[in-house]
Design a protein around this ligand. Structure first.
Ligand SMILES: [Zn+2]
Length: 127
């Protein structure tokens, strides 16, 4: 069956958003340009830029899920609930594909349908 495609982006509270791939490239380019001007390492500047955006409720696109584990994902988006090193860092469920209980990444757990969640992909999807 090809109906019911996985939603590409999660629901988030009003005022929060997911950067487009184009926006992410622009942020990365700006961070690397600033890093060159200030003599810091580019990947550090990039990480700081994305952490700062996450604090303001602006997040990265979800990554492709790793194979061999449940593909449900969760975006820790509540700055009151998550430490800065978790905020905005996409979590993938570490349980068996097709399990029926709550999802758990090892760092946090969640239930399908909550804000910031993406459901597991259909099991018969081709890799
Ligand atoms: Zn799961």
């Amino acid at each position: 069956m090809s109906t019911n495609p996985t939603p590409a982006l999660p629901q988030l509270p009003d005022g929060m958003r997911i950067l487009s791939h184009q926006d992410m490239r622009a942020v990365r380019d700006a961070a690397h340009a600033a890093a060159r001007r200030h003599g810091v390492r580019g990947h550090l500047a990039e990480e700081i830029a994305f952490d700062a955006l996450a604090a303001a409720g602006v997040f990265n696109q979800p990554p492709e899920p790793e194979p061999d584990t449940c593909s449900a994902m969760f975006l820790p988006h509540q700055r009151e609930e998550f430490t800065p090193d978790m905020l905005g860092v996409w979590q993938q469920c570490a349980d068996e594909p097709g399990h029926v209980d709550d999802h758990d990444s090892g760092n946090t757990n969640w239930v399908d349908g909550m804000p910031g969640t993406l459901p597991a992909r259909p099991a018969d999807r081709e890799a």
